[in-house]
Write a protein that binds this ligand. Sequence first.
Ligand code: MG
Ligand code: MG
Length: 251
Amino acid sequence: MVYLRDRREIEAIRVAAQLVARTLDMLGREIRPGVTTAALDRLAETFIRDHGGRPAFKGYRGFPATICPSVNEEVVHAIPGPRRLDDGDMIGVDVGVEMNGYYGDSARTFAVGEVSAEVRRLMQVTREALLEGVARARGGNRVGDISHAIQTHVERNGFSIVRALVGHGIGREMHEEPQVPNYGPPDRGPRLMIGQVLAIEPMVNVGGPEVVTQPDGWTVVTKDGSLSAHFEHTVALGPNGPEILSAAEGE
Ligand code: MG
Ligand code: MG
């Protein structure tokens, strides 16, 4: 079942997604060498609740925390804990918020202190791949047009795109249909319609695309131990094209 949202509902999703964006802005100012991922999680939970939202990940299928802080070779779904960030690390932070029955979902990858040129390039290419996908999120296109644009940009730059995890519809639930893969041929898959809202989220590896889940049952890491970055936006398919509901100010 694919839902088409009217303007009122899209604005309600935007309110939730904007609280996600402001939470990520806040975390970006707190990320530095020495901070623990648990401390970042506490800051995020307090910030979201203080602004009238509910951390959407907490309790979702038993996930114990507000944010998924995925460091270096961790791809997504890492659990906050006592790990201290080191100078030169990269950290992907994924945040979901529910507000008034609507969901927003967004992720960014941040540099910790001074990072290598490779880390900077990985983050840049992943952010660009997300925007390439967003640009194809238009009524009349197909899901595969988003997927293909993302894969093409990533591989053209010598990195690999994770296949085992995908983007998704979002709205009244955090995960709705359709699935939005980050790879595949263009002009395939479900037809996109104005009023759909999608979470588009490429995960990009320096090495191979294979991933494995750690024994904690959550943390997904690259199989070859290479670095991985993740960016995600909640995007409405408006009458005049894509609207990034989780955009940071000025984006
Ligand atoms: Mg997310
Ligand atoms: Mg998501």
